[in-house]
Design a protein around this ligand. Structure first.
Ligand code: ADP
Ligand code: ZN
Length: 441
């Protein structure tokens, strides 16, 4: 740990609360939310009625399993306002998903919801070592996407000096970073890596004052963190969230970096078996499901995220008792089935990130040749390794191939790409090109 913690927006009363007391608080807020939803949202009332469940039947978290699920499809079916629990005049903000998985969805936030969200991100900033002394450069996109405004509001609430750069224009980002002495960076981990490598390439590392970063909105790995931290010698923390549940800050890492603390005073997290919908115990990998308990605009009850992770409620070394979620290990919907094997991009990523000479830019290309699926990993070499002999490159190819074979369970063709040839993303990175679907249509 490189920094002292600043406690300005750290609330130990909530964050280090006795878990039995926290449960009481959650139960009380859950009861209120279920009542609010049942009385104001016809689609959900009908769904509860169909299951024979009344609001009074939901008294504690143990009763959660009686409630029907919600899903992104509901937001499409009831687009734009049919899931509001508050009158439209009380909605002060609209945020939407970037629509990486289909038609965009919109969520209405009341003043209360914007406040809850702001508080969650402020908490995340402090968890990552931020304070009112920080100069925070926000290069998440501003707009319907919650990344930009979320980081902006949270860092502002911490009292930090916020630079609302939005995404893109790397040279200008780096100029501002040097001129204004940014100490905290907020963007996607893939863009952070791109910025970090450009800093090293341009030889300007000694002019960069970054001490920490809040990186989220897309999956990344421990190897990617190590790579980033080595490049810039700072603390790279993970932050998670989704538009429907209240934006980034639903969970975020402290400087111990051992899982993201969930804002359990605002949400209840469950892990379920994605096939059966049955709740799973802490420690098991499954689909993350959230119930919001303080939102008033568009509360979500048992909202299925399709994100896969595991939870723990063990007390963290930082002293916080809030449960932690692991990194997102994959999505139920980005799981590829290749020759009958379940493959997640993040799994493949861990197979090459520890390899020397590999830059963290890659693409998985899936195809179907003669009725058999093929997987190709295209991955970039660093400048240094690109100049090395074919023997060295051959060794890298073999090592990565063997690791994929043993951990993922399938053989893949490894193609080493020249430096700076793979696409760089300023927002969420696209890592998979599945040509099978295109051909089957
Ligand atoms: P969409 O990506 O569908 O347009 P959002 O912008 O609300 O919608 O993004 C929410 C999704 O982004 C999450 O469900 C999750 O899959 C992904 N995500 C957000 N933060 C992280 C993170 N820190 N690690 C991995 N995935 C993340
Ligand atoms: Zn902690």
């Amino acid at each position: 740990m490189k920094r002292q913690k600043e406690y300005r927006y750290y609330n130990p009363v909530i964050e280090c609360m006795d878990r039995a007391k926290l449960r009481e608080l959650q139960n009380e807020r859950l009861r209120e939310t279920v009542k609010l939803e049942y009385e104001n949202v016809p689609m959900y009332r009908e769904r509860m009625d169909a299951k024979g469940v009344k609001p009074e039947d939901i008294q504690t978290i143990d009763d959660l399993r009686k409630l029907p699920f919600m899903d992104k499809q509901d937001l499409r079916d009831y687009y734009p306002w049919a899931m509001l629990a508050a009158p439209l005049k009380d909605i002060v903000r609209v945020q939407g998903s970037s629509g990486t998985t289909g038609k965009p969805i919109v969520c209405g936030y009341t003043e209360n919801d914007v406040e809850v969200w702001t508080e969650m991100v402020a908490r995340a900033c402090v968890e990552a070592g931020g304070s009112d002394e920080d100069i925070v450069q926000v290069c998440y996109g501003y707009g319907l996407f919650t990344g930009g405004l979320g980081a902006h509001q949270g860092a502002t609430r911490c009292g930090a000096t916020v630079i609302p750069m939005s995404a893109g224009n790397t040279n200008r980002q780096l100029m501002m970073m040097q001129d204004l002495g940014s100490t905290m960076l907020c963007c996607t981990p893939s863009y952070a890596t791109y910025l970090a490598e450009t800093i090293v390439d341009q030889g300007i590392k000694d002019k960069i004052k970054l001490r920490s970063g809040l990186f989220g909105a897309e999956p990344w790995t421990e190897e990617m963190r190590q790579h980033l931290e080595e490049l810039l010698d700072f603390d790279a923390c993970d932050i998670y969230g989704l538009t429907e549940i209240g934006g980034p800050g639903v969970a975020s890492e402290c400087l111990w970096k051992c899982g993201m603390h969930i804002a359990e005073d605002h949400v209840i997290a469950e892990i379920i078996n994605p096939e059966t919908g049955e709740p799973l115990p802490y420690g098991e990998v499954g689909e993350l499901v959230f119930t919001t308990i303080t939102k008033t605009g568009m509360p979500m009850l048992r909202y299925r995220t399709h994100d896969l992770c595991r939870l723990t409620d063990e007390k963290c070394e930082c002293g916080r008792t809030l449960a932690r979620m692991s990194r997102i290990l994959g999505r139920t919907d980005d799981m590829m089935v290749i020759r009958g094997v379940n493959v997640f991009p993040s799994q493949v990523e861990t197979c090459f990130m520890q390899e020397e000479g590999i830059a963290p830019f890659y693409m998985l290309v899936v195809d179907r040749v003669n009725n058999s699926d093929t997987l190709e990993l295209q991955v970039e070499l660093t400048e240094e390794y690109y100049a090395k002999s074919d023997d060295v490159k051959e060794k890298i190819v073999k090592a990565i191939g063997a690791r994929i074979k043993s951990t993922v369970g399938i053989s893949a063709k490894i193609t080493l790409m020249a430096p700076k040839t793979m696409p760089r993303s300023e927002g969420k990175a696209k890592r998979v090109m599945d040509n099978r679907n295109i051909k089957n249509m």
